[in-house]
Design a binder for this molecule. Structure first.
Ligand code: EPS
Length: 365
């Protein structure tokens, strides 16, 4: 499966091409709306107030409601781009923004709303993954879901309530403990007023992944997941399972012991040697604080002179708040790709050698 996106945040449209989807999957334009709405700006006062319609047009690869096996092209027209600050933005570099490295690389400025470095680009990843999520669910019963697992310094506090997947869709943060949501609202209100921004962490979990997906060395499932998550704008870190916490663990703790009823823990995040173990696949992703701040900072202009940079406009004080559907999307796209590759080499699930029955794990958080 190959996916690429095109378009700029303030260009006429954004889009993607999904190549390699098998034929015969039923898909309609309406099916994209729900996940696109979950990712969209303007869902709450805590995100950018840009209001895009995000209506998907299917341009190719689908005939009479089903995928044909040819490249699927999806298009969304931008409807709420505003450009009043272009002159100022084009002349300066925001500290910590990609506009500096884009300029060093390409030698020119495209000030159209951050262009490709804008969070707008992630819209098409989510759209592409609507197809992957549906294919994985129908073909293998695999589901992918995520939640915010840290907002700035705030972590889920189980003294306030139990972790609950059902709570995740009921608040604008994708937070799993409903009783803690008011504290997040207060935190974000203060942050927004201060003109600053903050980072966040998203955890994504795939259930139902059979053992055997992923390649042992080149094309490891964890390697592909890390690359996919890192390709999201503003991502600075990726962990599989216990990730960096493994550094301080003893082997006797980290190893996931096995019984006939399944693994007894999941520190590995469902991947051993680059190949899925049959447990939940668990990945968490670190988003940096966004660089477009109302607080003045020292930057350079295109002449190399030092300038004071202040960014106004419709920016996200925490882009991680909207990132749960984006991380789910990248997990689903990688899993679909690995499923197709596994099928090509080893046949379908259960076709190769007897396997130990799949395991049952406690829900990961
Ligand atoms: C973004 C800035 C804002 C956000 C945008 C990402 O857009 P604008 O420059 O038009 O004010 O609204 O996010 C989206 C439009 C989106 O769909 O995610 C940025 O600087 O990255």
């Amino acid at each position: 499966l190959r996916v690429t996106t095109f378009g700029e945040s303030h260009g006429p449209a954004i889009g993607c091409v999904i190549d390699g989807c098998p034929p015969g999957l039923a898909i309609s334009e309406d099916e994209f709306a729900q996940d696109l709405e979950r990712r969209a700006t303007g869902r709450s006062r805590h995100t950018s107030q840009r209001h895009e319609t995000d209506a998907v047009e299917i341009l190719s690869g689908v005939y009479e409601g089903c995928t044909t096996g040819t490249p699927i092209a999806l298009l969304i027209r931008n409807t709420d781009a505003r450009s009043k600050d272009y002159n100022k933005i084009a002349a300066q570099f925001r500290p910590a923004h990609a506009d500096y490295t884009y300029w060093q690389k390409y030698g020119h400025r495209d000030p159209r709303g951050g262009g490709r470095s804008s969070a707008r680009e992630t819209t098409m990843r989510v759209a592409a993954a609507v197809i992957a999520k549906k294919w994985l669910a129908e073909r293998y019963g695999v589901t992918v879901r995520g939640h915010l697992s840290q907002l700035g310094e705030l972590r889920p506090d189980e003294h306030l309530g139990a972790f609950d997947w059902n709570a995740v869709e009921g608040n604008p943060f994708f937070w799993p403990i409903e009783a803690q949501v008011p504290a997040l609202e207060t935190y974000m209100d203060a942050l927004r007023k201060s003109g600053d921004s903050v980072g966040a962490r998203v955890t994504v979990v795939a259930d139902g992944v059979p053992p055997g997906w992923g390649e042992p060395i080149y094309g490891k499932l964890d390697g592909d997941l890390a690359a996919a998550m890192m390709s999201i704008n503003a991502v600075k870190g990726v962990e599989i399972g216990d990730g960096f916490a493994s550094v301080a663990q003893k082997g006797s703790f980290h190893r996931d012991e096995m019984t006939r009823d399944g693994f007894l823990s999941n520190h590995a995040g469902g991947i051993l040697g680059g190949i899925s173990s049959g447990q939940q696949v668990v990945c968490s992703v670190a988003f940096k604080p966004t660089s477009s701040l109302r607080l003045p900072g020292r930057g350079l202009n295109v002449l190399g002179e030092e300038v004071e940079v202040v960014t106004t406009g419709r920016h996200d004080p925490c882009v991680g708040i909207r990132a749960t559907p984006i991380c789910e999307a990248m997990m689903a796209l990688v899993l679909m790709d690995q499923a197709l590759r596994h099928r090509a080499q080893c046949g379908d699930v259960g076709e190769v050698s007897p396997r130990i029955p799949a395991t049952t794990d406690k829900d990961a958080k």
